[in-house]
Design a protein around this ligand. Structure first.
Ligand code: ATP
Ligand code: MG
Length: 180
C-alpha cells in the first residue's frame, strides 16, 4: 500500500515569501520549503496496482496552465485547539475547475468520492498547544499577506511516508499542464 496525494508544488519565489512567515508561534512545526504544496486531492492508502491506474488517469488530464495568488493566513481547528496554520488562496475558477477534473478522474479509478468541500490552502505549520493569544497576534500581523501570481504548469503525485519524526513527501510523478 502507498499513501498518496495530488498537489500543486509551490515554486520559488513564493517559497521564500512563505518562509518569511515563519516564527512568532510557540509550538509550531514549520514546513520545509521544498515540501510546500497545495493539496488538490488526498488519496490515502491504495494498493500499487491502483496507483498505476491513478498515474494513467492523471496523465490523461488535459488542462491549460493558469496562475494563482496566495491571500491571507488562517487556522484549521478552533483558536484554542488550532492544528494547522495555512496560507489561503484567492478565489480562482481555473483552480476549482482543475480540482474537479482531478476528482472526476480519481473517482473513475475507483476511489470513493471526496465528501469534503475543497478548501484550497498551503499548510505552513503544524501546531501543538499554541497559545491562543499568540495565534491571534500572528493572524492580525499577517492578515494582509499576499503572494503571486504563481504560474501553475504542473501537478504532482506525491507519496507520503509517515514516521515518528513527521511525514516525508516523495515525488512519484509530475503532470505538465499544457494548452495544446
Ligand atoms: P501528518 O499527518 O503526520 O501530520 P501530513 O499531514 O503532512 O503529516 P499526510 O497526512 O500524508 O501528511 O497528508 C498529505 C497531504 O494531504 C497534506 O497536504 C495533508 O494536509 C493532506 N491531507 C491529509 N489527510 C487529508 C484528508 N483526510 N483530507 C484532505 N486532505 C488531507
Ligand atoms: Mg496528515
Amino acid at each position: 500500500m502507498m499513501r498518496l496525494f495530488v498537489a500543486i508544488p509551490i515554486a520559488e519565489p513564493i517559497r521564500q515569501r512563505l518562509a518569511a512567515l515563519h516564527g512568532g508561534v510557540p509550538g509550531a512545526r514549520w514546513m520545509e520549503a521544498d515540501s510546500l504544496h497545495l493539496t488538490l486531492r488526498f488519496i490515502g492508502e491504495v494498493p500499487e496496482d491502483q496507483a498505476i491506474d491513478i498515474d494513467e488517469a492523471l496523465l490523461g488530464l488535459r488542462t491549460a496552465p493558469f496562475a494563482l495568488t496566495l491571500d491571507g493566513v488562517g487556522l484549521f481547528g478552533s483558536a484554542r485547539r488550532a492544528r494547522i496554520l495555512w496560507a489561503g488562496v484567492e478565489r480562482n475558477d481555473a483552480l476549482t475547475h482543475l480540482q474537479a477534473k482531478v476528482e472526476t478522474a480519481l473517482v473513475r479509478c475507483g476511489l470513493p468520492a471526496d465528501a469534503h468541500a475543497f478548501t484550497p490552502h498551503v499548510t505552513l505549520a503544524r501546531l501543538r498547544d499554541a497559545p491562543a493569544e499568540r495565534l491571534g497576534r500572528y493572524l492580525s500581523d499577517h492578515g494582509l499577506f499576499r503572494a503571486g501570481p504563481m504560474p501553475v504548469n504542473r501537478l504532482t503525485l506525491y507519496r507520503s511516508h509517515l514516521s515518528d519524526h513527521g511525514s516525508r513527501y516523495e515525488v512519484l510523478a509530475d503532470y505538465p499542464l499544457t494548452s495544446a
